[in-house]
Design a protein around this ligand. Structure first.
Ligand code: PMP
Ligand code: GLN
Length: 383
């Protein structure tokens, strides 16, 4: 792991704290999840749910996850064997890659890419094969997508896995059914396993529909899907996620995960089981509020001189820094907190081909309106 330093999220959050800047870098909300969920955690801790839960997770939560997936997407899962609770989606992604990728196996993934993928592929001694998402269209209509031929060309006889993140961090792209059909065809034709990172599945805007990769024909049997309570219920510190998929793949995850974390937090799992059933209204309200926040920050950044994209999902937006006369996102992101009192994340670090993202920085908009307004005011004063 010699080539891996501190993650960009840790670095930018430290810088934001040191400079007392508004932190629009690391993605975490500045308001809490549903009150009943918070009370539920306290309740179960008070009830003595304080010892190890079963390794695969409390059956109450696994059942609630399976019911939710059935109701939302019509996907059938056996909670006993096809749902597995992990310490955040991060541990699910790690166990998925470590259990299925052998040294020298190739993993196709879309860049910009979430940083943990590269770390765990390196731990598995796998080889990354990035396919670049590029904006199609311009200005606020730009939407990051891939060239199907580049995807097909990235697959070789050594390809074991493809990692697909939709809704996508950091571009905000939500893959369309057509795009997912192309990915599915590539997986089926080449006998490739998919790891679908759908942690932002509920955070989609303007009526955009999130479609799970596993719902594509022939994909249920070859897809591991991860999701996260941290994103759905604004409790990123709870580090509770889940992996869903066919029995052999979930079993592989279990084999590895029992030696990574063994199990996740039990009381939080019980609270989340109730919230998945009872707090869907809260999730929808949160999503609608995020859509307004996206528009609010996009307007502020545009006024400050950035050229912003219009994400269909997640709580991030990408901003082009070239109209402001800058060309290197890392340099700008390192200087921004001291110069302006606002922290962001350089998109470059999400790329294997760094030049592709040099001119982009990522801003998180999962913050209170007054914080977003103040950030925009500070950036305007700078611009
Ligand atoms: N995947 C993506 C795309 C993410 O943005 C995050 C958020 N950190 C994760 C996985 C990890 O989720 P968790 O915090 O549940 O480990
Ligand atoms: N997923 C969040 C982001 O992309 C935070 C990740 C982290 O801190 N590891 O900002």
């Amino acid at each position: 792991m010699g080539g891996f330093g501190e993650t960009i999220f840790a670095e930018m959050t430290r810088l934001a704290n040191e400079t007392d800047a508004i932190n629009l870098g690391q993605g975490f909300p500045d308001t809490d999840g549903p009150p009943s969920l918070l009370a539920g955690a306290a309740h179960w801790i008070g009830q003595g749910v304080n010892q190890y839960p079963p390794g695969p997770g409390r059956i109450e939560l696994r059942t609630a996850v399976a019911e939710d997936r059935k109701a939302r997407y019509g996907i059938d899962l056996d909670p006993e064997t096809e749902v597995y609770i992990t310490v955040g989606a991060t541990a699910g992604i790690a166990a998925g890659v470590l259990s299925l990728v052998e040294p020298g196996d190739e993993v196709v993934l879309f860049e910009p890419m979430y940083d943990s993928y590269s770390g765990v592929i390196a731990l598995a001694q796998g080889v990354r094969r990035p396919v670049t998402l590029r904006p199609s269209g311009s200005g606020p209509n730009a939407r990051f997508t891939f060239d199907p031929d580049e995807l097909r060309a990235a697959v070789t006889p050594r390809t074991r896995m493809i990692i697909v993140n939709t809704p996508h961090n950091p571009t905000g792209t939500v893959f369309t059914p057509d795009e997912l059909a192309i990915i599915a065809e590539v997986c089926r034709d080449n006998d490739v396993i998919a790891l679908a990172d759908e942690v932002y599945e509920h955070l989609v805007f303007d009526g955009t529909v999130h479609v799970p990769l596993a719902a594509q024909p022939g994909m249920a049997e070859r897809t591991l899907t991860v999701s996260s309570a941290g994103k759905t219920f604004s409790v990123t510190a709870w580090k509770t996620g889940w992996v869903m998929g066919p029995r052999p793949l979930v079993r592989a995850v279990q084999t590895v995960n029992q030696f990574l974390t063994f199990s996740a937090n039990g009381a939080l799992q019980l609270a989340l089981a109730d919230a998945l059933r009872d707090e869907q209204g809260w999730v929808r309200t949160q999503r609608d509020a995020l859509q307004d926040k996206r528009d609010r920050l996009a307007a502020g950044l545009t006024e400050a001189g950035f050229q912003v994209s219009n994400p269909q999902g997640t709580y991030f937006l990408m901003a082009d820094i070239r109209p402001l006369g800058h060309s290197d996102g890392v340099d700008l992101a390192r200087a921004l907190p001291r110069l302006t009192g606002v922290a962001a994340v350089p998109a470059q670090v999400f790329y294997a081909n760094e030049d592709e993202g040099r001119h982009l920085v990522r801003f998180a908009f999962c913050k209170r309106d007054e914080i977003l307004d103040e950030a925009a005011r500070r950036l305007r004063a700078f611009g």
